[in-house]
Design a protein around this ligand. Sequence first.
Ligand code: SGN
Ligand code: CA
Length: 525
Amino acid sequence: MLRPLLLTALCGLTAAGDRPNILFIFTDDHAPHAIGAYGGWLSTVDTTPNLDQLAAEGMLFRRSFCTNSICGPSRAVILTGKHSHKNGFMNNGNQFDGDQQTFPKLLQGVGYKTAMIGKWHLRSDPQGFDHWDVLPGQGDYYNPVLINKDGKRQVEGYCTDIVTDLAIEWLDGNAGGDEPFLLMCQHKAPHRTWMPAARHLNLWDEVDLPEAPTLFDRHLDDASPARFQEMEIDRHMNIVYDTFQTPFEGWDPAAGFANDGSGFRNLEKMTPAQRQAWDAAFADENAAMLQAGLEGDDLVRWKYQRYLKNYLRCIRGVDESVGRLRAYLEEHDLDDNTVVVYSSDQGFYLGDHGWFDKRWMYEESLAMPLIVHWPSVTAPGSECDAMVQNLDYAETFLEMAGAAIPGDMQGRSLAPLLRGQAPDDWRTSIYYHYYEFPSIHRVARHYGIRTERYKLIRYYQFGEWELFDLLADPDELRNVHGDPAYDRVTAGLMRQLEDLRVGYDDDSDVSVMPADWQAEFRAGR
Ligand code: SGN
Ligand code: CA
């Protein structure tokens, strides 16, 4: 064990044994309001007993946000502690430059054993890990392919369970030695197309879930992009593809235009037994729905119920995984020295504003869940209101490990907050920039600032602004940009937004596009 000792001497770290292990459990598209501990309009449903327990023992962050609400970019920000324009991964279509500085590499450098298991979604091979075993691309829910240094293989079973098994297998061979570990256990769930494990297919069959308060929002007050998007439960969610209605006469496979066909391919990949359980679970309800001949808002409500139930069923699988991993830590006396962090790449629309998917700077998709249990450090059941971002995770993990935080990282370690301190100079606003347009779901590019009370958004290609007063209008239903009562506030926010762009060194092109280009999108399809 020469390496950690040597480093300890060189860097003045505490002994290797004192440094905590880090278990980073990360999911895809898990909105905070689908976690019991966060409360909100879904909190009457018992969705996440194990995550609620984690929150009861650790700290829950109330104002936790991403910098760019989309999968690959969020992951790249986490690895590098840098905004998308700095780490180079702005859209899902990019390829992550794995040669750059990342926190796993830095932890490895100070003697941590590092592993990455599950959804990676950065296109290039993982670097900075002693061991990695990842899903190619989005990965499949059933019988997924996994890739590691030895090549590809298909594993029979349910993805969340398989990723958990592999994580536990790695812990078995690697945890508890002289070197601390970083294990990144990253699930596909609850990403579209929301496919639960067979054992969860009938959860909440007998109940109607509460309805999202803004399910029938028509976006009349918003800037134009909110009306030409393609992420509505009503117009863009395909009844067979997304909600597993049985194909019926008159069904249009192309309806919605907003899927990549992966869900259909995964159904084809099921074993006969898996497929039988799947079809049986939905058969009666599907038949009854067709019989009822639903239309309009009633049809939206039916799709909403099926969608949200399947989404929450996927989350139940994740929650069980959290329980299994924590039980393993306890059984192997690792729990006292392992920080457990739960987060997800961005939030999600659970019918809020009539939508599914993410991308926008509106609250539901800007928010990321963040729950941290740092034994003997976080106060049980504590909550933190400070504005934090995925930009801060790398710095936080480095400080936990006693490693130096490189000066070119753009976030700030959350360690003081986790210790219960409230630094006077903590940030009072966050910066956001989303780039993936035109692309699936048609969400226009935008950047913006969110302070405790306000949110100013610029859809630069379309030359439009939005301003929300979150105190008066927490659901963001009234765009007050242009309202004279808010002129002074707007001017102040514009200055602050410009300061953030300069401060983070974001000089990406934000020009307004020609009128005919704009008109084509505004017309919709
Ligand atoms: C897939 C989904 C989209 C989703 C993107 C990006 N379609 O294309 O709904 O927005 O991934 O998601 S699906 O037909 O595959 O379900 S992300 O989480 O990777 O950014
Ligand atoms: Ca995602």
